[in-house]
Design a binder for this molecule. Structure first.
Ligand SMILES: [Zn+2]
Length: 150
């Protein structure tokens, strides 16, 4: 494809740094009757069939590219924000689960404590009752001895 002063050619979008041949691109000023004083990029070899682009087109492409980048950054920022919110809600959920586990642990500790008290009360009662039984048996035995003694 040969370049003309009507259309851009060679290189990618935006402000070109190098021509396809590897030489740098330089800004020249048009001296044609159609575009007097209009700046354009051209290969340093000054061969029009290598590279040609109007400076305003290159700047416009650059701005469009920046707009795309900015939109991409914005969408990535939104995505990140969403991820952050999700993580935050997951942390809250985790905190709730930990709270439940701790509450259950407290409850089981209380239950164990209650059970220990009940066991102590039961054994104390059983001990007291066995003493009473022994006492009564001893007393009955003594009473019989007394009866027999008569
Ligand atoms: Zn070139």
């Amino acid at each position: 494809m040969s370049c003309s002063s009507e259309t851009s050619c060679g290189g990618g979008r935006g402000i070109p740094s190098k021509c396809v041949c590897g030489l740098p691109t330089i800004i020249f000023t048009s001296k044609t009757q159609d575009n007097p004083g209009r700046p354009f990029f051209r290969c340093a070899s000054k061969r029009d069939d290598h590279f040609f682009k109007w400076v305003e087109d290159a700047v416009l492409e650059e701005v469009e590219e920046l707009k795309d980048v900015s939109l991409k950054i914005k969408s990535e920022a939104d995505e990140f924000k969403e991820m952050l919110l999700k993580t935050k809600s997951e942390v809250e959920e985790f905190k709730t689960v930990i709270g439940d586990v701790m509450e259950a642990q407290m409850w089981s500790k209380k239950e164990i404590w209650k059970l220990k008290i009940m066991i102590k009360v039961f054994f104390s009662w059983a001990f007291f009752m066995s003493i009473c039984v022994v006492f009564l048996m001893f007393r009955k035995a003594n009473a019989k001895k007394l009866v027999l003694g008569y």
